[in-house]
Write a protein that binds this ligand. Sequence first.
Ligand code: UT7
Length: 310
Amino acid sequence: MNAGIIGMGRYLPERIVTNHDLEKMVDTSDEWIRTRTGIEERRIASDDIDTSDMAYFSALEALKDAGITAEELDLIIVATVTPDHPFPSVACLLQERLGATKAAAFDCSAACAGFMYGVVMAKQFIDTNTYKHVLVIGVEKLSRITDWSDRNTAVLFGDAAGAAVIGPVSEGRGILSFELGADGTGAKHLYQDEYIIMNGREVFKFAVRQMGESCINVLEKAGLKKEDVDFLVPHQANIRIMEAARERLELPEEKMSKVVHKYGNTSASSIPVAIVEELQNGRIKDDDLIVMVGFGGGLTWGAIALRWGR
Ligand code: UT7
């Protein structure tokens, strides 16, 4: 059986922080943030909502969408760099809260590429018929590790969770190819000390190069061409980086998911959060060829070509 996405869900905190709100906190402007990043506002979780809470809310939606119960889960993978605690994992907290008594559970650390890593891991278990249902969640409470006096980073990030149930899908649908990668020589460009430290220009250059490259690679691996792509879902980090990937695939504007203006960069959750939005808008349909691509601290990257549908 081929592995695919059989259900999705997301959680977005209620509180909206606009660029104008940030103007009152750091030396920045709405105009600078919009033109350099495309971000207009982001969601910030309240103090009483932790990473595992956001993961839980998104998981409930995904299970409902997939039409399965938590007891039917074989494995829970949570991609996050902002777990509630170093251990136990968010995945274990979730396993208990969902009542997923059969499921193994662990967290995966690949920063903004984490959801790609999680889905590819899930696929291995489905392809080999080892497991039937794997819950993969990308979730971040980046507001907890953001220095709100550092304009280089404070304007970029937001909090959110996105969940997908990975399971067997019908012939021709599901994950067609993938690429995962890492370059530890770039670890110094994006990391957490107490707060997020970032060399924006270096990450920007890497992202522009790698996003396009990985998209082309997964298409080649699947024996497909640029023209075959129906929809591109890039990591929602910065509209200029996303546009570079779209141009590399020679796709028209309407074939790329764009939610960065509303949610900012939500790291591991950005791709599933965007997919849920596009499903709700009816812009992703059964049998569409979707390319997802992410990059992040590590440095890490990952891309997946997938034929949508169960
Ligand atoms: O998920 C992965 C996470 N990271 C990323 O995706 C980040 C990738 N990088 C980027 O998105 C961009 O590099 C940034 C948006 C972070 C910065 O845009 P840029 O076009 O690369 O700007 P820059 O770093 O070259 O800075 C231009 C100027 C600088 O001033 P000087 O040195 O030219 O006088 C910065 O100090 O803009 C200044 N600046 C700001 N000004 C107003 C930096 N941040 C701000 C700010 N508001 N928030």
